[in-house]
Write a new protein. Structure first.
Lengths: 322, 322
């Protein structure tokens, strides 16, 4: 399995990243230490750090900056999740209660801010303006993606193109930044940096699209959230966007009402419309296309074990059931 | 009046900062443009930018970086206010409805994140690691201060010293950073940078302490919030900390219950205890001490019109009724 392949390949590096993360979360303020550690330990797959680490090793990078920067990327991601869960009033993520489910929404808003700030401070300590430009631009797009998604909430008329902008901003951009940083700290030529950035970007889009499929098609036990989360939040994603464009009148009506009002009651007819229109298959196809672009982008990069693992990760991303 | 003196002295610079702020808030995402502009226009006094601008002029600074950096400081401050108001479920600030009062709490969480990210991106574009170190450290302390304040909520046993740490982190640190940046971009010697930082720090503490007094003693019309806000939020501040230490049994009981439970019902007996123990006078005295330290810190700096205005601002801060 690709994730385990990456994990065993990156074993020592991943442990170094976890140590870096824990150093960044040290605080004499108990509420920070408690929540930050809870969220960071709640079973994240560390995908973004793995992309950065594997790419740095592919380039034969020999320093320690990749550990710090991978920790920074994971912190940015974690801060976003904390705020996202507050905004969605989400009760579960990765089969465990969210921070807001346990402590209410006040502390996660402020501890999320601390994570952002700590990530900034740590990337500044790396003292490389190029790195800072990449990460600050990514953070800005991440924030824009979150607002854009909120703006699209309860709007059944979001077009596929608008939706792809959300996916790009809220997910692809940080994968892209993680990949790009590996090329930058390894001082690789511009063409290789762009190729790797393309890998990260397309991997990120594929990853998010599959996430969106699983929200309608996973078995809840594997998935760690309950099904129909997006529908309940009134969040249009590619499965509902495609189904809305191709369903019969009854199916369209179900999707529109589900997104506009409280969606949970409409999960069954919406899932039926998604099934009849092949919307999951369509979304998986778009994701597969992205995964294959990601793999193609690797072609000009050093042909190492790590490159193979990155290619396998792209395949895993679209093949996964969780 | 000191604020108007500063405003007229800094007229063109302040307008340049406002233009810089508006450039930073430009977005093709309507929800960002709407909320960010609403909050930034909601009558903030631009005190932190004014400190930076006046100090830069005192040093004869001739570039344009002070405009961008003052805009960045105001953005960081504004982002913090947005999240603070969400956490407190505050309905009014500066006599206008808060963003969460108008749009609910979801958008302000995410637009606040955008402001942080945009501020960070803009300071990176300034390309000076020293500046980035100062601002990222300040942002981290700001976030810590907010969490610390939340942690102290409903705790009547917060000591004066603990409280001063909150004030330092949530208010003084950003004033200090604003002041310090003026010395850094003007390439002044370390001793002058430290003197100016001391000015900003003490000004910030004084400013916050007076804010805390006004919450119990202002006339609501001037103040722009309703009285007893801190009590209602269970937020111990120097007036209640001092009163608790010096009140009779009945007064102590009122303060304890007000902070531990819902405070609004206890406002009258708490105000009576504050009055009997001279807690407002005590807090104003501590603030005056800080303001005079702030003024003393200016002694070794260039004796210009701007230095006089900075000294007057310290006096205004402790003399104000709003």
């Amino acid at each position: 399995m690709a994730i385990e392949q990456l994990q065993s390949l990156l074993g020592e590096d991943l442990r170094a990243v976890d140590r870096a993360i824990h150093r960044l979360l040290e605080s004499d303020i108990p509420l920070i230490a408690l929540l930050a550690n809870y969220v960071i330990e709640s079973g994240g797959k560390r995908l973004r750090p793995m992309v950065l680490l594997a790419a740095a090793r592919m380039f034969g990078y020999r320093g320690h900056r990749h550990h710090t920067l991978a920790a920074v990327v994971e912190l940015l991601h974690t801060a976003t999740l904390m705020h996202d869960d507050v905004v969605d009033a989400a009760q579960q993520r990765r089969a465990t209660p969210t921070a807001n489910a346990l402590w209410g929404s006040q502390a996660p808003v402020l501890v999320g801010d601390f994570l952002f700030a700590r990530a900034f401070q740590s990337m500044v300590a790396d003292r490389d303006i190029r790195v800072l430009e990449i990460l600050s631009a990514a953070t800005r797009e991440l924030a824009e993606g979150e607002v854009l998604q909120l703006q699209n909430t309860h709007d059944p008329d979001v077009a596929e193109e608008d939706y792809l902008r959300v996916v790009t901003a809220k997910t692809a951009v940080l994968f892209e930044a993680a990949a790009r940083l590996a090329a930058v700290i390894s001082e690789r030529p511009q063409a290789e940096e762009e190729a790797l950035a393309r890998y990260g970007h397309n991997l990120g889009v594929a990853f998010q699209l599959i996430d969106d499929c699983l929200d309608y098609s996973a078995t809840a036990a594997d998935w760690g959230k309950h099904l129909g989360n997006d529908l309940e939040e009134g969040n249009p994603t590619l499965p509902t966007i495609h189904a809305l464009a191709h369903a019969d009148k009854q199916g369209r009506e179900a999707i529109r009402r589900a997104l506009a009002e409280e969606g949970a009651a409409w999960l069954d007819p919406v899932r039926a419309a998604i099934e009849r229109t092949g919307a999951i298959e369509y979304t998986r196809e778009v994701a597969s296309q992205r995964a294959s672009w990601a793999k193609q982008a690797l072609a000009t990069l050093p042909d190492t074990e790590e490159r193979q693992a990155l290619a396998a990760a792209a395949e895993f991303t679209v093949g996964r059931d969780f």
